[in-house]
Design a protein around this ligand. Structure first.
Ligand SMILES: [Zn+2]
Ligand SMILES: [Zn+2]
Ligand SMILES: [Zn+2]
Length: 289
């Protein structure tokens, strides 16, 4: 009898992951799946189907934590704004899981307060592996949340760059377009284009620079011979919802832009490294930095 039970136990162990086991039989160490599994009891979506679906993605993730969805409590989201039918943007306090921190026994996450898109699941039961794969073509899929007021279940997503297949610099720039303007459509468009093509190399992107981020401007010189110090310095990489920068207080040359319609050519002909565009609030002239 005991050998019969042992036999059953062996079959069960080989096809399922035993929550009591310390290590994962598939990976031979304590993989992501084990970490997730030990946490199953600490969350619920209040919908058995959704619970099971999230758990299944976690049980099949093993070494690749990106394959797992997570349950994201609604109170971890803020700045929730309706943008279109069944669709919202929000900031996510925690950011997405990167890997397990053994020392502190917690998930290491990145991009705290990241901008995410929330898309309503019209029918929670319609979420299947095929459906998830389809969503993943256009989005990075982090998890599922539940609006306690509307009772809607929503997918927590981020834009995926078609070229890079990740949330690249161009996406971060794009999500920030609404937060600045030069006041001139041609200049906005020009700066945006440089940002949208800066997938990997942030340094190739220009930016809109507020005039008050410049100081020590030698205004007695002619408009093409001015220099200034730039408080912020140039962008080098995306880090915690902001651009990490170098060269704070760097000395920059200022050069007047003659015709914003020809801005592409004016920048092309410039031999110095250009960081961005600013505007003198007194003369209203646009200036290359
Ligand atoms: Zn595993
Ligand atoms: Zn709506
Ligand atoms: Zn890209």
């Amino acid at each position: 009898m005991s050998s019969f039970i042992d036999g059953i136990r062996k079959i069960t162990n080989s096809s399922h992951i035993n929550p009591d086991e310390k290590i994962c039989k598939t990976c031979n160490y304590k993989c992501c799946t084990k970490r997730f599994q030990q946490n199953f009891k600490s969350w619920t979506s209040d919908n058995n189907y959704i619970d099971k679906f999230i758990q299944d993605t976690q049980l099949s993730a093993h070494r690749d934590v990106k394959k797992a969805l997570e349950w994201i409590p609604y109170n971890k989201l803020y700045n929730i704004k309706h943008i279109e039918e069944n669709c919202y943007v929000a900031n996510w306090i925690d950011g997405n899981i990167l890997c397990w921190d053994r020392k502190n026994q917690i998930w290491i996450r990145r991009d705290q307060k990241m901008i995410v898109k929330l898309k309503k699941l019209n029918n929670p039961k319609a979420i299947t592996l095929e459906f998830m794969d389809e969503i993943k073509i256009d989005y990075v899929f982090y998890g599922i949340t539940h609006d306690p007021e509307t009772k809607d279940y929503m997918m927590v997503l981020n834009e995926r760059c078609k070229k890079c297949n990740i949330v690249c610099n161009a996406i971060h720039f794009q999500q920030n377009f609404k937060n600045w303007t030069s006041g001139n459509n041609d200049i906005d468009k020009f700066i945006q284009d440089t940002q949208l093509s800066a997938h990997e190399k942030v340094k190739n992107a220009l930016e809109w620079i507020s005039y008050n981020r410049l100081y020590n401007i030698n205004e007695y010189m002619s408009e093409n011979n001015r220099v200034a110090n730039w408080i912020d310095g140039n962008m080098i990489s995306w880090n915690n919802q902001n651009w990490k920068r170098e060269g704070q207080n760097i000395i920059v040359k200022l050069k007047q832009i003659n015709d914003s319609k020809n801005i592409v050519l004016e920048f092309k002909d410039e031999i110095n490294k250009a960081y961005g565009v600013t505007q003198d609030p007194k003369t209203k002239n646009y200036i290359m930095v």
